[in-house]
Ligand binder design. Structure first.
Ligand code: HEM
Length: 377
């Protein structure tokens, strides 16, 4: 998408697509403003009867504040850090399964199952539930296309409605078993009242489950796959990282910037707003293009250059402000563990074919559908 962003931004950082009546923001300042200024840019982009209106990310204050407080209980920094050994174990298991094979698909065999298993375990779900989680997640991710309207949107909505019913039933079963077992996992914390007696409603819990399956899975999958892709495309940086493993943290931040897993979010204007001399009227759909903002030459020196030591790196990959990603510490941890394990196990990694990689099937995320690797232990 990057040459396309450049092309658009060369005309104006604020672009109106008259066919869809969507306003795209392409520079760091306006993207940051739209993500942050919730008085003007509302997150309530879906109409209330829709299930997605229950999702934290599509709510404004004051409901957002209440929901966020209830759900972040499951993501306390200590709870996240405590997951590291289990994530490492899962990563090792997945990589061990590739042993003795000439090539394997990094996406299907590592970058997809790792975050998916982490999410499923957060919910205390057994391994046999994983195929269902994967299917649900695929349907939810495809929702992004519905902004384009038309026949494809109708089909996606019908699939989503069916999946919502399935998930509602599944969650009810899981919640009951949790109440009985009285365990200490994310789901158990989510079904309990907080200190003030506040409780998530059944639809709010289901909405959060759906949000986690999309926000918490596909994004981290893309981060891991994009990290490998970036390093393979920049052998000098890969060699630097091998020589200096302490650079892993800044390397992952650079992947988040250079090839942002979430390329865009959605907002709707509550009042007319002027940006770069153009006025966006009230009630219009706006897309802050995170991927473009993260390559804005006015914010980043040499923005197309991939530099694993870049610091400071004020990218917007996890958003900004009250909606800043709840899962940022978890996905950073997953990416660090995943990359650490890959680099430790394989002294050599290369693409097993040189076909151009295909982007995944969703409008607002970026990552390869497959990435076949040939690796040497
Ligand atoms: C919100 C990106 C991983 C849960 C967001 C937002 C972005 C984002 C850009 C802001 C949305 C907005 O402003 O409208 C990412 C990226 C990830 C990632 C790039 C991985 C590389 C995760 C994970 C979880 C998660 C692992 C949970 C397990 C959430 C939630 C929100 C959110 C619940 C909504 C927060 C709110 O509205 O207050 N994420 N995310 N994300 N993310 Fe993530």
């Amino acid at each position: 998408p990057y040459p396309f962003y450049e092309h658009l931004r060369s005309e104006s950082p604020v672009v109106h697509d008259s066919r869809t009546d969507v306003w795209m923001l392409l520079d760091h300042d306006s993207v940051r403003r739209a993500l942050n200024d919730h008085e003007v840019f509302s997150s309530a982009v879906v109409a209330p009867p829709a299930m997605t209106s229950q999702w934290l990310v599509f709510n404004d204050q004051p409901r957002h504040t209440r929901l966020r407080a209830l759900v972040t209980r499951g993501f306390a920094p200590r709870a996240v850090a405590a997951m590291e050994p289990r994530i490492r174990e899962l990563a090792r298991e997945l990589l061990a399964a590739t042993r003795g094979r000439e090539a394997f698909d990094l996406v299907d065999e590592f970058a997809v199952p790792l975050p998916l298993r982490v999410i499923a375990e957060l919910f205390g779900a057994p391994a046999e539930d994983l195929p269902r989680y994967r299917r649900w997640s695929d349907v939810i991710m495809a929702l992004g296309w519905s902004v384009a309207g038309g026949e494809a949107a109708a089909r996606v909505h019908a699939e989503f409605a069916a999946v919502t019913d399935e998930m509602r039933e599944y969650l009810a079963g899981l919640t009951d078993s949790r109440r009985v077992a009285g365990r200490d996992d994310l789901l158990t914390r989510l079904v309990e009242a907080d200190a003030d007696g506040e409780l998530l409603g059944a639809d709010e819990l289901l909405g959060f489950f759906q949000l986690l399956l999309s926000a918490g899975h596909e994004t981290t999958t893309n981060l891991i796959a994009n990290a490998v892709l970036c390093l393979l495309e920049h052998p000098h940086e890969l060699a630097r990282l091998r020589a200096t493993p302490e650079l892993l943290g800044t390397a992952i931040e650079e992947v988040l910037r250079h090839r942002s897993p979430v390329q865009a979010m959605f907002r709707v204007t509550r009042s007319p707003v002027e940006l770069h001399g153009r006025t966006i009227p009230e009630g219009r759909m706006v897309m802050p293009m995170i991927g473009a903002a993260n390559r804005d030459p006015r914010k980043f020196d040499d923005p197309h250059h991939f530099d694993i030591t870049r610091d400071p790196n004020p990218h917007l990959a996890f958003g900004h402000g009250i909606h800043f990603c709840v899962g940022a510490p978890l996905s950073r941890l997953e990416a660090r563990v995943a990359m650490g394990e890959l680099l430790a196990r394989f002294v050599r990694m290369e693409r097993a074919d040189d076909e151009p990689w295909q982007p995944r099937r969703a409008i607002h995320v970026l990552g390869p559908t497959h990435l076949r690797l040939r690796c040497t232990e």
